[in-house]
Design a protein around this ligand. Structure first.
Ligand code: DP6
Length: 328
């Protein structure tokens, strides 16, 4: 394998404060609405890509296990886009490791496709801008667009491939927030987000959710920039509840919550009413992300561990952008 067609990149997953749910273009992943998220420090995907004329096909190894069929096809589609732009046809060997458990509701596709887009485009010799890289990652997994820039990030929905990308709205050090992730189930979810996006439009509530998105984005952006936790907490919970209302009223109906999910939602609501700053947000899975100002994280994490159904609590501060790792 020639040295110049090899690269390694690291990217963090992210937690959405304002959610991406539903696409205007399912293939390109042009979203129905904009979204805002925070990268998760300490959790990461590290991916090495090597293109070589000696390979007979693309291969993908994830956490030491060879992945075939749909997982590999999704990676090859992104590689094809890069090969097309770089003007060569060599296949690639992709080796990827997550330092966090896959399928626990921590969006591994976000860090996976952000790291893949950066490693593969670099290995192919393309020098992409951050916006181009974010748009490229988006085609692999929508939320991956938000794992390319650092810190607190907004994905502008755009209208076509080039205009749908994410950018940082504040660096990681802007606000010491901690995401306390209450893991309530490690089982693999039945319907992944790609399938969920495809049925979002079947809910009579989706149009109202999308129509109100610009307002929620504005409130969330301002709360972030002003470090106003009360405002942030209210809008984050409203947005998560609206997405789950769409999920629950889609065809087929999507219910991601487990008893432990609801127990955490109730506990967090009580704690906030009692004056403890904490709010919840839930993705397409049963685990609950509890956002807190970092000085309260030890107390909240300890309390979360006592909630019935909670298996473990992970903690993540705001994380940086996707980055290349020097060889050796
Ligand atoms: C609920 O980005 O995982 O986490 O583009 O099909 O890979 P694909 O979907 P994905 O969807 C994320 C959905 C979400 C909300 C969010 O992260 O904004």
């Amino acid at each position: 394998m020639s040295a110049e067609r090899n690269a390694t990149a690291i990217a963090h997953p992210n937690i959405a404060f304002i959610k991406y749910w539903g696409n205007r273009d399912q293939v390109l992943r042009i979203p129905a609405n904009g979204s805002i998220s925070m990268n998760l420090d300490g959790l990461e995907t590290r991916t090495t890509v090597g293109f070589s004329p000696e390979l007979g096909r693309d291969t993908l190894t994830l956490n030491g296990e060879e992945i075939k069929e749909s997982g590999l096809a999704r990676v090859s589609t992104l590689l094809d886009r890069i090969r097309g732009q770089a003007g060569f046809t060599d296949y690639a060997q992709v080796i990827s490791e997550n330092n966090f458990p896959t399928g626990t509701g921590i969006a591994s596709s976000a860090s996976a496709f952000a790291a893949l887009a950066l490693a593969a485009s670099t290995a192919a010799g393309l020098a992409l801008s951050e916006a181009e890289l974010s748009a490229l990652a988006r085609t692999g997994s929508g939320s991956a667009s938000r794992s390319v820039p650092g810190g607190f990030v907004e994905w502008y929905p755009g209208e076509d491939h080039a205009s749908s990308y994410a950018a940082s709205i504040a660096p990681p050090e802007h606000w010491a927030l901690t995401d306390c992730i209450a893991v309530v189930s490690e089982a693999h979810k039945a319907t992944g987000s790609t399938g969920g996006h495809a049925v979002a439009e079947t809910s009579p509530l989706q149009a109202a959710r999308v129509a109100d998105a610009v307002r929620r984005l504005e409130i969330c952006r301002t709360a972030l920039l002003e470090r106003d936790f009360e405002q942030l907490a209210d809008i984050v919970e409203l947005d998560s509840n609206m997405m789950h209302a769409v999920m629950l009223t889609s065809q087929p109906r999507l219910l991601y919550w487990q008893p432990g999910t609801v127990a955490v939602m109730r506990a967090v609501t009580e704690w906030r009413q009692a004056g403890l700053p904490a709010c919840y947000t839930i993705d397409a899975g049963p685990n609950v992300h509890v956002l807190v100002p970092s000085e309260h994280a030890p107390v909240i994490a300890a309390r979360l561990e006592e909630v019935p159904g909670v298996l473990e609590v992970l903690q993540a501060a705001p994380g940086g952008p996707a980055r290349l790792v020097n060889p050796g």
